[in-house]
Design a protein around this ligand. Structure first.
Ligand code: ADP
Ligand code: MG
Length: 390
């Protein structure tokens, strides 16, 4: 479906549900991390890219304070009043929309109602951040309808707050930031403490390819919480030796070497991974700028090994996918993406080799696991905004 077809499809479906035509479409992209697993909540660095898979909301403002929201991707719909925002346990996906409305109002913004219909091309729960895209598309709609004076960083922070406090998922800032501030043709080297970015151009002959293991990600929520707690414990213990340390971001590799033995074994492994992964993000930026292919290969390989052996967020399907990606002749680099425990992985390949790469990965991965993976190219795009008519 091209943009015009998608707009027509949404317009037709909107009319069926609401009996009127939408007046505005907001869009917000998903994202993929090229380096930097679990570094965001440790106030570190991530190399991230907003991708050409996105959430759209077709909408029409209302003169009252009612929000009616439906999705072409999920069953159920929900209607609520801005004066009485509660959780919807019957249609839980609507809590992402409710949460954004709630945090915007708590932050003092005046909102009015709308009828909205969502359509997303981001697979759910595969590590490409469909939830943040939905939040950021919702916030963008409120911003456009109500002329809110919020910049993109402020918008990302409010959406993160909606996911943390209203939905109840303790995510870092990476997903919402990438969705709000992505740039066409560039990856973002995001500093998750200062909320600033340097942009890094991707070499012209590079193609980023998502390799979705389609493995069930049952562990991700509970294990994510445990990893966060282990990192926090590491910070508490290391701060005794290095006053002023408030996040793993503050600990240099040399400082860590000094006191690794003072940490419980598992905590030490988690901290070592984060401290090394932070450095790898900075090294990747240099490798991309210098077109240093051997550094790209080793940095992505080390990232995966650390994720598997130190942070322990791997699974057999991810191992099989790594083998499939790395045994393709055109692979420049390959690693995990998102939070791990299955879901999507990411490759950098030579643009001209997309077809043979895809065939190779599909064949090898299916032979090893019996699962048919989803393998598709993604390109970097601009962050959220109105859908501009073509
Ligand atoms: P991820 O963000 O990695 O895709 P999450 O579990 O954080 O995975 O978010 C997925 C959830 O977000 C879905 O189960 C659903 O509740 C909600 N969601 C995302 N996109 C949509 C959509 N287009 N329509 C309805 N709900 C959506
Ligand atoms: Mg999410």
């Amino acid at each position: 479906m091209n943009q015009t077809e998608r707009q027509q499809y949404l317009t037709t479906e909107f009319f069926k549900r609401f009996g009127q035509l939408p007046t505005l479409f907001s869009r917000a992209p998903g994202r993929v991390d090229l380096m930097g697993s679990h570094t965001d909540y440790n106030h570190g660095y991530v190399m991230t890219m907003a991708i050409d898979r996105d959430a759209w909301i077709a909408a029409r403002p209302r003169t009252d304070r009612q929000i009616s929201i439906a999705s072409l991707n999920m069953d159920g719909s929900s209607t609520f009043l801005l004066d009485d925002i509660t959780h919807d346990n019957a249609v839980p996906w609507t809590n992402y929309v409710r949460g954004v409305a709630d945090v915007l109002q708590i932050a003092g913004h005046n909102l009015s109602g709308f009828d909205g219909l969502i359509h997303s091309t981001i697979p759910f729960g595969s590590g490409l951040s469909s939830s943040a895209a939905l939040e950021v598309a919702t916030a963008t709609l409120f911003k456009l309808f109500n002329n809110l004076g919020i910049d993109s960083v402020g918008l990302a922070l409010l959406c993160q707050r909606a996911e943390n406090q209203f939905v109840g998922v303790n995510c870092g800032i990476l997903d919402q930031y990438s969705s709000a501030l992505g740039q066409t043709g560039r990856a973002l080297l995001l500093d998750c403490r200062n909320l600033t970015t340097e942009t890094v151009a991707l070499p012209k002959n590079f193609q980023v390819v998502i390799c979705d293991t389609r493995a069930k990600r049952a562990l991700v929520r509970s294990e994510y919480g445990k990893r966060r707690a282990q990192c926090e414990e590491g910070v508490r213990r290391l701060a005794k030796f290095y006053p002023g340390v408030t996040a793993l971001r503050d600990v240099s590799p040399a400082q860590f070497d000094e006191h690794e033995a003072d940490l419980p074994e598992t905590v030490a492994k988690r901290c070592r991974f984060i401290i090394q992964e932070n450095q790898r993000v900075l090294d990747l930026a240099n490798a991309l700028s210098n077109n240093d292919l051997s550094a790209l290969k080793s940095l992505t390989a080390d990232s995966y090994l650390g994720a598997r052996d130190l942070y322990q967020i791997g699974c057999p399907e991810m191992e099989a996918m790594m083998k499939a990606m790395n045994s393709a002749p055109s692979t420049i680099g390959a690693r995990q993406a998102g939070a791990g425990f299955g879901g999507s992985m990411v490759s950098l390949i030579d643009t001209y080799s997309l077809k043979p790469f895809t065939r190779h990965v599909q064949k090898e991965y299916t032979a090893a696991t019996g699962i048919e993976p989803k393998v598709y190219p993604v390109n970097s795009v601009a962050g959220a905004g109105p859908v501009v008519p073509v």
